[in-house]
Design a protein around this ligand. Sequence first.
Ligand SMILES: Nc1nc2c(c(=O)[nH]1)N[C@H]1C(S)=C(S)[C@@H](COP(=O)(O)O)O[C@H]1N2
Ligand SMILES: [Mo]
Length: 347
Amino acid sequence: MEELQLSTRNHGILLEAMRYAITPVGLHYLLTHFDIPPVDPLTWRLRVDGNVAETLSLSLDDLRAMPATTRVVTMECAGNGRAFLDPRPASQPWLLEAVGTGEWTGVELHHVLDLAGPRESTVEFVLTGADHGFDGGVQQAYQRSLTLEEAAATGVMLAYDLNGAPLPPQHGFPVRVVVPGWYGMSNVKWLTSITAVDEHFTGYQQAVSYRLRHHEHDVGEPIRRILPRSLMIPPGIPEFLSRSRVVPAGECRLVGRAWSGFAPIASVEVSDDGGATWAAAEHDHQQVDDASWIGWRFTWQATPGDHELCCRTTDAKGNTQPDRAQWNTGGYTNNAVQRVTVQVTES
Ligand SMILES: Nc1nc2c(c(=O)[nH]1)N[C@H]1C(S)=C(S)[C@@H](COP(=O)(O)O)O[C@H]1N2
Ligand SMILES: [Mo]
């Protein structure tokens, strides 16, 4: 019941929606830990405080008057692929759909930080959302931090528009953080304050959750950048209940997307025998944005019988996708290859 409750609130992209280079807003995946908080855009202010020369209180108009930037960013939840792990860590039971690509417009974070003037001793900025709840037994606002260096990177922004319109409530209205190339948890929605601090932030979503731990007492490693992944749009037509695919024999066009938060995509490969043999797919070489997925395509000669289609990608730094999932306590960063079972029928 807990997994069902979460999965009805937090929807994934429908894989066929990967046909759009920019995901229509209602098809972008969604992950909300607590409740969507009520926000009045007229009285809303972003507070910039803590270890700064000048405390700021900025309205939405103030932010919109600052230099604007637009980035096409593929966002993926760190828990994408969690449901394939065994035993399954209890949380949002994502299969492979916790991904989407948005055209985000906002003001780069460093412009706002420069206005406040962080003091020399500042090490991090704590980003706080307006939503509250309990997680791991701890009452909290949703909070994450970025180091001085991470916050100053180009492209890290406070976004107020998605796909050319104001953010909808579920994606963080009126303002959210966007950290291109990082897993979803860093993109704090419903931002209310940025606090400069002179020591590392140890809040729940930073120091307890979102760490890669191999056992309960493992201190673990923080999760940051998105590991490479490729996904195909399942070909043919589905069976309603099992979602298994039926494809007529003959030429079958496979298309999909590939992304990595580390480096540009170097290759995409396809297998029709469960990963025993692989063939190179054709992929886009021009990326609209460093942080955006690319398209790929492959012409498959579908022969009658049952097949397990797989795809995998490798980025320019040599990061690739494993055949099988690596288990960890939180069920994070499982970028194992996608497997799609298809039944090919005589045309
Ligand atoms: N304030 C706040 N920000 C948040 C979250 C949240 O629950 N509250 N969820 C995070 C997680 S885990 C993800 S994956 C992304 C999801 O963003 P989306 O719902 O716009 O797709 O938002 C992140 N930012
Ligand atoms: Mo997430």
